[in-house]
Structure formats: C-alpha cells, structure tokens
Write a protein that binds this ligand. Structure first.
Ligand code: 5AD
Ligand code: SF4
Length: 466
C-alpha cells in the first residue's frame, strides 16, 4: 500500500486490555507506527488515533472495551477527526459486527494482521483528505481479520526509548496460536493455529534486547510449551521448547528467563530437568490447573488428572527447591457441583499456590462449553470465587510474613507506582519487593533484606555488601 504519504505528526494512543501477549503486540504496533512517522500520544486527549487492543478471554474484558469505545464515540462527536479502532482478539472474533454495532469505529484489525496497522491508518488519512474535496464521499470502515502465514514473526520490534526510558525486562513473542481447544476457551479461535518462530530468530532478538540493557526476558505465547512441536524435532529427548530455553540461557549478559503461558501437559521430564540445569531460568512455574476435580478437568478437555498435576508440582519442587508455583482457576464451569468445587478447594490447600488468578466462568462464543447450560448461578460463582480468594490470601499472608528477615536477590525495574523514592524490584520467584532507593539502581540486581510484608507486596532494604 505504498504511495500514501505518511500523515505529518499524527499522534496515536494505544490502550491495551488483557494479557502480556497483548502488551507485547501493542508495543510492536507502536514501534511500527513510529517507524512510519507517527508519534505516540501521552493521553487519549492528545491523540489523533485511539486504538483499543482487546481481549476476549472472558466476557468482562470484552464489556470493558465495548464500554470504552462507547465513551470514545461520545468524544468523537466533539472531535470528528479522531480515528477509532479495535485491534486484537475481540477484533478477530467479532470482525465486521463491531463496525455495524458501533459505527464510530473506523478500523478493525485482527491478531494476524497487526503489522498492517500503519498502512491502514495511512489509507484512512489519505482517503479523508481526498474526501474533503468531494461533496458526498462516504468513507467505509476498514476491517481486516484475515489469517496470514508467517505472521508470528511480525511481532518483533520493541519500543525502546520512545519515552527516554531504558527497559530492564523485555517480552519476546516465540509462538502464536493454540490448538488445545479446551472446551471453555476462545483463544484457538482468536489466535488461530500454532505457529512458532525459529530458535535462531528468537535468540537474535534476545541478544538485541540484552545489548540495549535488558536483563530479564519473558518468552511469550498462548501455549509456549507447544513451541516448535510441529517444526523442530526433538533432540536428545528434549522438546523444541527446552532446546529454546537452553539457547536463550546461553545468551551472555542475560540474567533471567521467564515464560508464559504454558500448559501443565507440557511439563515433561525434560522441562522439569531444565529447572534443575538452567541457572537463568527463574524459579517460578505458572501451571494453570483450572479445576481440582477430575470430572471437570475431563469435561474441560485439559488432558491431565488431578493426581498427574500434583505429581508435576512435586517434581518441580524437587528439581528446584523453593520454586514458586502459580495457577489459574475457573469456578462455576457448567455442571460444577459442590463436590467438584470442594475438590478444587482441597487442591488449593494441598499445593499452597504462590499466586492464583481465579475466574468466574463465562460462556465464550464458538466454544463447545458455550453449548452447555451455564447452570451455576452468578451468586454461587461469586461465593466460590470468594472462598478461593480468602484461602489464597490467607496463604499469601503467611508465606510473605515468613519471608521477613530473609535476604533475596531482586532485579530493580523502576519506581514503584506510588512514586516518591520508592523503587520496585522482583525476586526470581516473581514476588514484588518495594524499597527506598534511587532511579540509578534501575536495572541492577540487588540483594535486599525483607523487612515487612502484605498480601501482595514485600518490603525490603538493600544489604550493603562489604
Ligand atoms: N471463563 C472464565 N475464565 C476463563 N479463562 C479462559 N476462558 C475462560 C472462560 N470462558 C481463564 C482460564 C485461563 C485464563 C487466562 O483465563 O483460567 O487460564
Ligand atoms: Fe485456551 Fe490455554 Fe486451553 Fe489453549 S491451552 S485452549 S489457550 S486454555
């Protein structure tokens, strides 16, 4: 679509909903737009283009984005020149129905076509300029939710330095899509088939990030443990994902490796072994269990049993003592009885997760579970949610209090949200530590002594090394 002159100094604001993959996608779109001559707006009010990068995984996430677009539509009455668009998962799964329901929307771009956003914005501005001379021009919204081979390699550029900040942690997209088709999940429909980048390409990206000052990378994908399973053969019993972890572990200057989201089924012995053998791999595993009931796990099509899950937890704890185990849980899946729920509650007591994201089931379009009656009443879902939250928080209070007096290594990420002199870092287990420090410490690995704790945060003091 060359041939359109880049509009001078148009400013774009991207608001991101959802997961880290979406954060990463927004960052990549921003980077492409900057290369094309656009600028980033600091707020919506300063923006000529406002893009909502959306999430579909739960109904609440969609409602938020739709509500936001309604508000932006009101604003557009006063500023009709503003371009409004949807990107991401909801754009993918709803497509043109979005522009039909919300005619203020100018642009809808799905998950495999992010890299075309600059072309589309150029076209919108060019068409508007042309239409200004035409009495009865009617401009149609652009909707592109096509599939595209090779699109997994298009999310690559990082916006380093747009706000003068040096990044300490970086996200690297390693694969896209998911073919697990868990019964409740919309992701296989919004993100498409599994596509993986090559080990060499990912390694080179990590090297570039490290050269720019990044100390920790998080490898991202909808189901990272399936990385390369169709394209990269096993080597010495090691899956493609473990081969990738080894390659990234060898990048000089990198300090820490994380990854998300995995599937518990992907934790074979080779991955467990990697936790023992790879020093840069942080002692944290996110293992989304979803339910503690075998009956529900089966209905969800998760492919593992409660006992199998508990065994993985045991193996990981043996391979890396002190490893943090975190999870996702859904309450109120269709047909979840009091007994099923009790099994989940009991699983939480047994495992003592270091964090758990608890969700109330909501039916998602296109998924098999949406065909089933959503039969757990809303207030019962809410009650089950509360029971698990209280259990979780009591455990976190206890675990965090037990950290007081201990010494840990943190990577300093920047100022804590509350500002002031307070800085924020993370332990290798992914605990947040807040301490009094200075901006100069950003990017440093510091040893801190934990002095206090709450359910969500640890407080510490740097230990002066003699
Ligand atoms: N309802 C509620 N929670 C869901 N999740 C995915 N789909 C649904 C749904 N339909 C949760 C799962 C997943 C996390 C990202 O979101 O727990 O691991
Ligand atoms: Fe969704 Fe994860 Fe299941 Fe894939 S593995 S269908 S992303 S819950």
């Amino acid at each position: 679509m060359l041939g359109y002159a880049p509009p001078a100094l148009k400013r774009v604001y991207i608001k991101t909903y959802g997961c880290q993959m979406n954060e990463r996608d927004s960052e990549a779109v921003a980077s492409l737009l900057i290369q094309r001559g656009y600028r980033l707006a600091r707020t919506e009010r300063d923006a000529d283009v406002i893009l909502l990068n959306t999430c579909s995984v739960r109904d609440l996430a969609e409602q938020k984005a739709i509500g936001k677009m309604n508000l932006l539509g009101q604003m557009k009455k006063k500023r009709p020149e503003v371009v409004l668009g949807y990107l991401g998962c909801m754009a993918q799964s709803r497509g043109a129905t979005l522009t039909q329901q919300q005619p203020v929307v100018d642009l809808v771009v799905g998950t495999q076509r992010f890299h075309h956003v600059p072309d589309y914005l150029d076209k919108i501005f060019a068409d508007r300029a042309a239409a200004a001379d035409q009495y009865d021009a009617e401009l149609k919204a652009i909707v592109d939710v096509a599939e595209e081979a090779g699109s997994e390699s298009t999310i690559r550029d990082h916006v380093i330095g747009t706000n003068g900040d040096r990044q300490v942690t970086g996200f690297v997209s390693i694969m896209q899509g998911c073919e697990m088709f868990c019964s409740f999940c919309i992701v296989p429909y919004t993100r498409g088939a599994e596509r993986s980048r090559s080990i060499g390409e990912i390694e080179a990206e990590v090297e570039r990030l490290v050269a720019s000052g990044v100390k920790e990378v998080t490898l991202l994908g909808q189901i990272v443990t399936s990385y390369g399973r169709k394209t990269i053969p096993k080597k010495a019993g090691k899956s493609a994902f473990v081969q990738l972890l080894e390659a990234v572990n060898d990048v000089p200057g990198l300090e820490r490796i994380r990854f998300t989201s995995p599937h518990p089924k992907g934790f074979g012995d080779d991955l467990v072994q990697a936790y023992r053998d790879l020093p840069k791999l942080c002692e944290h595993a996110h293992l989304p269990v979803q339910s503690g009931s075998d009956r529900i796990l089966k209905a969800m099509g998760r492919g593992y049993s409660r006992d199998w899950f508990l065994k993985i937890v045991e193996k990981l704890r043996a391979a890396r003592p002190g490893i943090a185990i975190t999870t996702d849980i859904i309450v109120g899946y269709p047909g979840e009885t009091a007994e099923d729920f009790a099994a989940t509650e009991e699983l939480m007591r047994v495992v003592e997760f270091d964090q758990a994201y608890i969700f109330k089931y909501s039916p998602r379009r296109d998924t098999p579970a949406a065909e089933l009656p959503d039969d757990v009443p809303t207030d019962e879902k809410e009650r089950r949610n509360q029971v698990l939250l209280e259990l979780l928080n009591a455990g976190l209070d206890r675990k965090h209090a037990a950290m007081v007096g201990k010494t840990v290594e943190i990577l300093v990420e920047g100022r804590s949200a509350k500002g002031g002199k307070r800085m924020l870092g993370r332990t290798r287990r992914n605990d947040i530590v807040v301490f009094d420090g200075s901006e100069r410490q950003k990017g440093e690995l510091l040893t801190v002594k934990i002095t206090g704790s709450t359910t969500t945060t640890l407080y510490g003091e740097p230990v002066i090394k003699l």
